[in-house]
Design a protein around this ligand. Sequence first.
Ligand code: GPP
Ligand code: MG
Ligand code: MG
Ligand code: MG
Length: 361
Amino acid sequence: MADLKAQKRQKFEHAFEVIRDELLAHFASNGMPKDAQEWYRKNLDYNVPGGKLNRGMSVVDSVEILKGRALTEDEYFKAAVLGWGVELLQAFFLVSDDIMDASITRRGQPCWYRTENVGMIAINDSFMLESAIYYLLKKHFRQESYYVDLLDLFHETTYQTEFGQLIDLITAPEDHVDLSKFSLEKHRLIVVYKTAYYSFYLPVALALHVSGVKAIPNSPKDPFTIASEILIPLGEYFQVQDDWLDFSGTPEQIGKIGTDIIDNKCSWCINTALAKATPEQRAILDANYGKKDSVAEQKVKDVFYQVGVPETFHKYEEDSYKKIIGLIETIPEGGLGADGEVKLKREIFKSFLDKIYKRQK
Ligand code: GPP
Ligand code: MG
Ligand code: MG
Ligand code: MG
């Protein structure tokens, strides 16, 4: 089982080498100089392949489940291009998010903008990671009837993520801490937009398009709408885990140093603590949250422990799992769709949920 997982990952990583070489060959064919070619290669290698790859591999896994059989080499590669498209989008977001969040490390190494000679060139590097998606889509999908659907989906999802990033950032001003502005409703809006669409809806919607599933606009039977009704809550749960790990995980474990308390973020942990704090504890939170100082950060963490944020999280995790299983079971056991058509199947969502349930990084 573990072996099969490792093999799957290896195969997906191998596709990255091919895709990266296509991007580099195209770049070189525009007469770009050797030092720029090396720069672009380093940007791609440093920022794209080193994560958990859940998002990218979910495209391939979902296509396999939808087709109900092993993929041909050609089908596999096309699904992998879309999967790496999601990973490129994620790399674009993370390189720029780390600048905006003043983060230190990512995936166990310094954030790209903090590496030697990079600095603010990382902004342009992040743009190139995004644009690479559209080069690849054109190269591999220009002839397909659903090409425009892929373009639309990547564009719309990017825009939604940017909405979410905006509200994440303006809810966390650097120079003005006001915890009364936070709420779990605000948190939900932030995380659905900044994380759930691109991390959960996008991979499955791509798999549906490449498998020939058609949208049924304005219908309660639309497979894309039905998928999003499960995937958005799944993404919300995932980002609550991210907030929890930012507070409780060690850098060795999560590959990044948590910055949410220092950055004044409207995270799940602070909202949970605010709901449970006594007036004394609330005063400690008010005085120490969002301060660029590790003593203040520790005081906030102490209150998080005192009010039972860990216990509340574990309960939340169990409840979310049950809730999402319930949503998955609204899909008929034999799949959703007419005979002879590609059917939406429970296993797509179950396999995605299993990838993240009780994750430690
Ligand atoms: C995760 O937030 C959200 C993103 C990475 C989306 C960024 C969107 C942009 C348009 C740049 P986070 O800051 O909690 O992630 P992490 O904890 O990994 O830094
Ligand atoms: Mg952020
Ligand atoms: Mg961040
Ligand atoms: Mg985070």
